[in-house]
Design a binder for this molecule. Structure first.
Ligand code: SF4
Ligand code: FE
Length: 493
């Protein structure tokens, strides 16, 4: 089976024994849970579009490992064209879901672990690269979704992993056996973890010799013995428990983050990709983060496209679309959004092959991309809220709009009154206005705001993490020489 259908993907989740907790209890049927299901629908879209003749070329690739057609989310990038197509695919998925579709963390982890294991083996004579190739071949052949899991809880940020009062604050090896290792710890705010068949665990920071036991990377099934997940709440998430679809904002799709706990999980040797070679932890982190910072130049842009469209419709329904300041705000939103896309494409165009043969992005430009993502979606959201008006946060419930309760002296119902006073331009159906305002609310303040706003800040590393890479890549010494030459100053002065 090279490509799964969306239905097959959802059914494959049902066959898993993934342990999920929410609101203090285990969720047995998490696949059909109304809070979780929208996030599954987003991942399912990555399967659906791969079988759609209109999008197949963008959504699939030829595997460098098997020669078979595979989903691009499981692909090792073979060229700058592949890197660009990745960003285009993510923009497309953002447009189709207006949410985080989660599967990119696996794709970015595959490419980072593939190249890093090659270089570890080169130095240490280990077999990690072969292990990883075998693992990825299986992932490609079964068309699995994998959570590339990096972020540890981290405890006291001023302390290294081995210095923490609780060693579990970073994932670590608790026992080494002939046939494998036993690991404990947790990964925090894991995108799509519950919806993933497997987890690919990586370290989260550069490490020293004393952190050897924490320098570990491996793969394990999401329902392996000892793994469980605690669902992360999202703003307005309980609206998903209500009847009707208007107040949900996004009727069908959503994102997902969870705490993934590893409680003495056994990992067989064949699934280990780093085990104590601490000096490679930093390389793995930098490569994964680089790819994921590129990713944001695609997914956030696609979601931004939906938000810009929603703001334009809100203006139209209000009869304000001809006002020059509204037109200018939409231009500004578009300019900011396309600037992010430009960054995503630029770091792809400037990509280069790694020693292992797959392509990686230009690190400087990928970090500039993500740094802009920590800012522009906030401004785009601000302008969307400006155009939408206050009603996006003061509008009564959809049940009020549909209520038969008589409230008026003339026998008017609550529904009549809502529809009377929340009508906009003549000829515009009030329900459409409700729908578009709730969608804007969802992306700026509701469940999708996790993916569009706060994740824009902290996902793929907080702003300071990018500034550190930017400062390392800035080559100020060379820039000073340029200035000296132009100004007629000797190079040593
Ligand atoms: Fe993909 Fe964007 Fe979600 Fe990351 S935040 S997993 S890049 S959709
Ligand atoms: Fe993310």
């Amino acid at each position: 089976m090279a490509l799964m259908s969306a239905r097959e993907y959802i059914d494959s989740l049902r066959a898993m024994k993934t342990r999920v907790y929410m609101f203090g209890e285990r969720v047995e049927n998490w696949v059909d849970h109304p809070i979780i299901r929208p996030s599954i629908s987003s991942v399912a879209m990555t399967y659906q579009l791969a079988q759609d003749p209109e999008y197949r070329d963008l959504m699939t690739a030829r595997s460098s490992l098997t020669g078979e057609t595979i989903n691009r989310f499981n692909h090792l990038h073979q060229s700058t064209e592949d890197l660009k197509n990745k960003v285009k695919m993510q923009r497309l998925l953002g447009q189709k879901t207006a949410a985080c579709f989660q599967r990119c963390v696996g794709m970015d982890a595959f490419n980072a672990v593939f190249s890093t294991t090659f270089e570890i083996d080169e130095k240490h004579g280990t077999k990690y690269h072969e292990n990883f190739r075998n693992f990825l071949r299986m992932v490609q052949e079964k068309d699995l979704t994998v959570d590339g899991a990096m972020t540890d809880p981290k405890g006291d940020r001023s302390k290294a992993p081995h210095d923490q009062s609780d060693p579990d604050l970073f994932v670590h090896v608790v026992e080494r056996r002939d046939d494998g290792i036993v690991v404990s710890g947790a990964k925090a705010h894991q995108t799509g973890s519950i919806n993933s068949h497997w987890h690919l665990i990586m370290p989260t920071i550069a490490m020293g010799e004393a952190d050897k036991d924490w320098a570990v990377s491996f793969a394990c099934p999401s329902d392996a013995d000892g793994i469980y997940m605690v669902y992360g709440r999202q703003s307005c998430d309980t609206r998903k428990l209500e009847d009707g679809n208007i107040d949900k904002g996004n009727m069908k799709f959503g994102g997902q983050e969870a705490l993934v706990v590893l409680d003495n999980v056994f990992i067989p040797n064949e699934y280990i990709f780093l085990n104590g070679e601490y000096e490679f932890a930093g390389m793995l982190v930098e490569r994964f983060a680089g790819y994921h910072r590129q990713s944001y130049g695609g997914c956030k842009v696609g979601v931004g496209d939906v938000l810009i469209g929603a703001a334009a419709l809100a203006a139209e329904y209000n009869g304000a679309d001809k006002a020059s300041h509204i037109k200018d705000k939409l231009i500004e939103m578009t300019h900011l959004n396309e600037t992010l896309y430009s960054c995503g494409l630029a770091c792809s165009c400037e990509g280069h092959p790694t020693k292992a043969g797959n392509y990686e992005i230009d690190l400087m430009l990928a970090n500039v991309c993500k740094q802009n993502v920590t800012r522009f979606p906030y401004e785009i959201s601000r302008l969307a809220e400006d155009i939408a008006g206050g009603l996006m946060v003061t509008m009564p419930a959809d049940t009020d709009f549909k209520s038969d309760t008589v409230v008026g002296k003339g026998g008017e119902t609550l529904g009549d009154i809502c529809n009377k006073f929340f009508a906009a331009k003549d000829g515009v159906n009030t329900e459409y206005r409700q729908r578009i305002l709730r969608l804007i609310e969802n992306m700026c303040l509701g469940t999708a705001a996790v993916g569009y706003r706060t994740e824009s800040m902290h996902g793929a590393g907080s702003p300071q993490a990018q500034r550190i890479v930017i400062s390392r890549q800035a080559n100020l010494a060379e820039k000073k020489n340029l200035a000296r030459t132009i100004a007629g100053i000797p190079q040593d002065k």
